[in-house]
Design a protein around this ligand. Structure first.
Ligand SMILES: Nc1ncnc2c1ncn2[C@@H]1O[C@H](COP(=O)(O)OP(=O)(O)O)[C@@H](O)[C@H]1O
Ligand SMILES: CC(C)(COP(=O)(O)O)[C@@H](O)C(=O)O
Length: 261
């Protein structure tokens, strides 16, 4: 058996593209907490999340696409379904571990492409795995993907999940995301402070109408404490910078990409 790890990632702003092959436009960063996948060859695929058997469409899909069946044990340090890209991290870590344990002739690029296609096919992600593969702050504002290393501390509170599949299938929501996202991305400068970018991201998030009341109230609490905050796309999660001890949890941007352990 082989265990691989992929960091979670947070998307602040995104703009879906009509051809999903290269991923969406947007600004995301990888976080220290992620998903560990232990893969053992078996006759029939079984997927467990933190010890409980579960269906996990992109994980099952990536195994299918590379032509193997396996017992997959996922351990998540991040909440699943809350905008930390747990689906992408689980899929990428599973693909990396499977390529290793089955001794497949797959390059890292092949593994990444398989994980991305499985995420797109399941409707659970549009580009998270490209961020998780490399780590750091990763953006694509229309001129291709670019990356910088950062180690900002982030506070967050998750109050619930939002199924990414439901949002991506909602044409009205996606039109608002694309309009507001395109405008926000035109103001992105990689050297700017995270505080400035979170403020721009929150203006984007409000225009998408995705923030719930609980997200709005939590963002207000951060602003009242002189920090900046925004919503993780797509989950009922608030991310904050420039505050200490205001939200429940903390993590950091990580510059380490996914790897076999
Ligand atoms: N216990 C669970 N809670 C939430 N999602 C789960 C669970 N077990 C498996 N899943 C799967 O995890 C995936 C979550 O994907 P998504 O909504 O994109 O979340 P995230 O923002 O964490 O990537 C879905 O494919 C869902 O079926
Ligand atoms: C915004 C999103 C589609 C969301 O995904 P998740 O973190 O899985 O909720 C992301 O994958 C992206 O491509 O920018």
């Amino acid at each position: 058996m082989t265990t691989a790890y992929a960091p979670g990632s947070v998307t602040t702003v995104f703009v879906p593209q009509s051809d999903p092959e290269e991923g969406s436009l947007g600004v995301s960063f990888a976080v220290e907490d992620g998903v560990h996948a232990t893969v053992k060859p078996t006759d029939e695929t079984v997927i467990r999340l933190d010890g409980t058997v579960t269906s996990f469409e992109p994980v099952a899909g990536v195994l299918d696409s590379i032509g193997v069946t396996a017992d997959v044990s996922l351990e998540a340090d991040i909440p699943v379904g809350c905008g930390f890209g747990a689906s992408g991290a689980a899929t990428l870590a599973t693909a990396l571990a499977a390529a290793d344990v089955f001794d497949l002739e797959l390059s890292r690029e092949d593994v990444l492409t398989a994980a991305h296609r499985a995420e797109v096919a399941a409707g659970t992600g549009l580009g998270d795995v490209f961020v998780q593969e490399q780590g750091g702050l990763v953006w694509n504002t229309g001129d291709g993907r670019d990356r910088t290393e950062r180690d900002d501390r982030i506070e967050y509170t998750s109050t619930g999940g939002i199924a990414t599949q439901d949002v991506l299938r909602d044409e009205g929501a996606i039109t608002k995301v694309a309009d507001a996202g395109t405008e926000a991305l035109s103001t992105f400068h990689p050297g700017d402070s995270l505080q400035a970018w979170f403020n721009a991201s929150w203006a984007f998030a409000k225009r998408t109408e995705l923030p719930t009341q609980s997200v709005e109230q939590t963002v207000e609490r951060v602003l009242d404490n002189d920090g900046a905050a925004t919503m993780a796309m797509v989950g009922e999660t608030v991310l904050a910078t420039g505050v200490e001890g205001v939200l429940d949890e903390s993590t950091r941007i990580t510059n380490d990409g996914a790897h076999v352990r």
